[in-house]
Design a protein around this ligand. Sequence first.
Ligand SMILES: [Fe+2]
Length: 186
Amino acid sequence: MENSFDNAHFSYVHRGTFGDMAQPKPKKYEITETDYGFMAATVVDVRNPPSAFQVTGVTEPTTTRTMQNHWYLPFCRRLDMQYPSGIRHIIINSATPIDDGQIQMVQLLYRNDTEADCPAEMLIAWDAAIIAEDREILESTDCDATLDVSLKLEAHMPSDRPGLIMRRRLLELLAAHGETEVRRGS
Ligand SMILES: [Fe+2]
């Protein structure tokens, strides 16, 4: 879920699809906390290779995504992306924990165009390539992420703010149900 809201990873993790290595500086999110989690809004610059022309509806080498990204406690999100063409690409993710080291990630995609504009097969291939890029990074990190940042086990930067809000809200959710964080070895 943190990865889903990380504006700093596009340029290098997604360099094989839409990421632009020449623009590594992360864009800022405007974040509004809600009872269900938060809504994070931003506009990001992306590469637009010919293989993405039908996906974005844009034929320029670069384009923008106007994003409204909602997080729903604890493990769901809805990402509404709009391109300058007017095409909306809305992704809904649900990450279900299977055990301490595995999740099952389900992704649904809604669009406001037609099968003739961009075939479902092409959309599935495009998003699958992006998911594979995220997966390579995520599976190389420690799955036992620490919610309690007061322990100062990690260093953070401004683009980590969505993840820091998530950790606080998850701790509050646990506390509301009389539970606490259980870390590996604790
Ligand atoms: Fe990603």
